[in-house]
Design a protein around this ligand. Structure first.
Ligand code: ADP
Length: 404
């Protein structure tokens, strides 16, 4: 079965085409600057040269049509016809309290995703555009949605509620949801396989640290806490997001700096984090280089980022009454040996014994960066959210066909 995985943003659309007989990627790519005359389609077919086209793509329906066109292109294509795609799986950021697993799309699911627009105004409307664009181009194809929040629906109420008046939860569903769930679930499973132990017997802290960053406490394979909350702003310090701050800063800064709600929202989401403290960049590569070259603000940004991450790991060890392993994933987690070293060295009290050579080794493989006798293992596990979406979609189709 061939499955097309789509991650639709407001002006971009990423795609990967999987052959589920061996889970190989037949092609992948993205369309950027949707809505502009000079939109960019980048396309990487397996075993063939990459293609990059600049052309007018004004909306998502056209973007999907261009993707289908190139997938069946005489020269660059990997399929003879679009009918060789049997299903489409979409990433959807917010599933609220309604979805604790992936589902096939029907009218009720679409209504619910729309009802959740309020909770994820930057993401869910864009995902809906992607879903509708597929419907317009492939009216009969089954589509599934895989939610970033679903894995964290196992959090207990004492972890997901905020200590604020209950009316806000009851009326408006203001609570902690968590994100990056697909990634936390995937790396947890891989960590258990790597350690050769059943997931049911493990207490893990998974750290998904990319541009956005979150960590999760995963006990017996279930998320029991995670650092992001109602929105992806809560928790860890990130590239441009503040993470946790005193909420009283919001009205205080608004009055002192004469900011509107939109301005303070933008400040905390787009102009904070590594970027604000370093005054240089939101990119951990540049921060690390500048720090090594003696830039004090970059060093401060790095230290704050590491300190806040380490405190979360420590708090999750308390939340689960111990940990068996820490898992690093996503852009920073997979690539920044400096950050991993700083975190692990300062967690020796928990039983983390860093293996410097293993940590420094350049590899894209799953690996341990602690010594074999380390009581708590630290692992680097490359994430693969697209594969999870393809697998969930595949399983939903197989189950549906089984029921029919
Ligand atoms: P996103 O959250 O957008 O999916 P990624 O998971 O791809 O992001 O992570 C992107 C981030 O990873 C970059 O901003 C960069 O800071 C970081 N990164 C990538 N490579 C390295 C590296 N070699 N060293 C340190 N940081 C890196």
């Amino acid at each position: 079965m061939n499955i097309l995985v789509i991650n639709a943003g407001s002006s971009s659309l990423k795609f990967q085409l999987y052959d589920m007989t061996d889970e190989s990627v037949l092609a992948k790519g993205k369309v950027e600057r949707i809505g502009m005359e000079s939109a960019i389609l980048s396309y990487e077919p397996a075993g063939k040269p990459e293609v990059r086209e600049v052309r007018e793509i004004l909306e998502h329906t056209t973007a999907i049509r261009k993707v289908l066109d190139i997938l069946v292109h005489k020269e660059f294509g990997v399929l003879k016809s679009a009918s060789e795609i049997q299903a489409v799986g979409h990433r959807v950021v917010h599933g609220g309290e309604s979805f604790s697993s992936s589902v096939l799309i029907g009218d009720e699911v679409k209504r619910e995703i729309r009802r959740l627009f309020d909770l994820a105004p930057l993401h869910n409307p864009a995902h809906m555009l992607g879903i509708q664009a597929v419907e317009a181009n492939m009216p009969d194809i089954p589509q599934a949605v895989v939610f970033d929040t679903a894995f964290h629906q196992t959090m207990p109420p004492f972890a997901y509620l905020y200590p604020i008046p209950m009316v806000l939860y009851k009326k408006h569903k203001i609570r902690r949801y968590g994100f990056h769930g697909t990634s936390h679930a995937y790396v947890s499973e891989r960590a258990a396989a790597f350690l050769g132990k059943p997931l049911k017997e493990l207490k893990l802290v998974t750290c998904h640290i990319g541009n956005g960053a979150s960590c999760a406490a995963v006990m017996e394979g279930r998320s029991v806490d995670t650092s992001m909350g109602l929105t992806p702003l809560e928790g860890l310090m990130m590239g441009t997001r503040s993470g946790d701050i005193d909420p009283a800063i919001v009205p205080f800064a608004m009055s002192k700096e004469d900011l509107t709600l939109a301005e303070v929202n933008s400040m905390l989401n787009k102009h904070s984090g590594l970027l604000a403290i370093s005054g240089l960049s939101s990119d951990m590569r540049e921060i690390t280089e500048a720090r090594e070259a003696g830039d004090r603000n970059a060093a401060l940004a790095f230290d704050m980022y590491e300190y806040r991450l380490r405190k979360f790991i420590g708090s999750y060890a308390a939340a689960m009454n111990g940990i068996d392993a820490i898992v690093f994933t996503a852009g920073v987690g997979e690539n920044s040996a400096a950050l991993r070293a700083a975190v692990c060295r300062n967690l020796s009290f928990l039983g983390v014994k860093l293996d410097d050579a293993a940590n420094e080794a350049r590899s894209s493989e799953e690996r341990a960066i602690t010594t074999p006798d380390s009581p708590v293992a630290s692992l680097v596990i490359p994430t693969n959210e697209e594969l999870v979406i393809a697998r969930d979609t595949h399983q939903l189709i197989l189950n549906r066909d089984h029921v029919v």
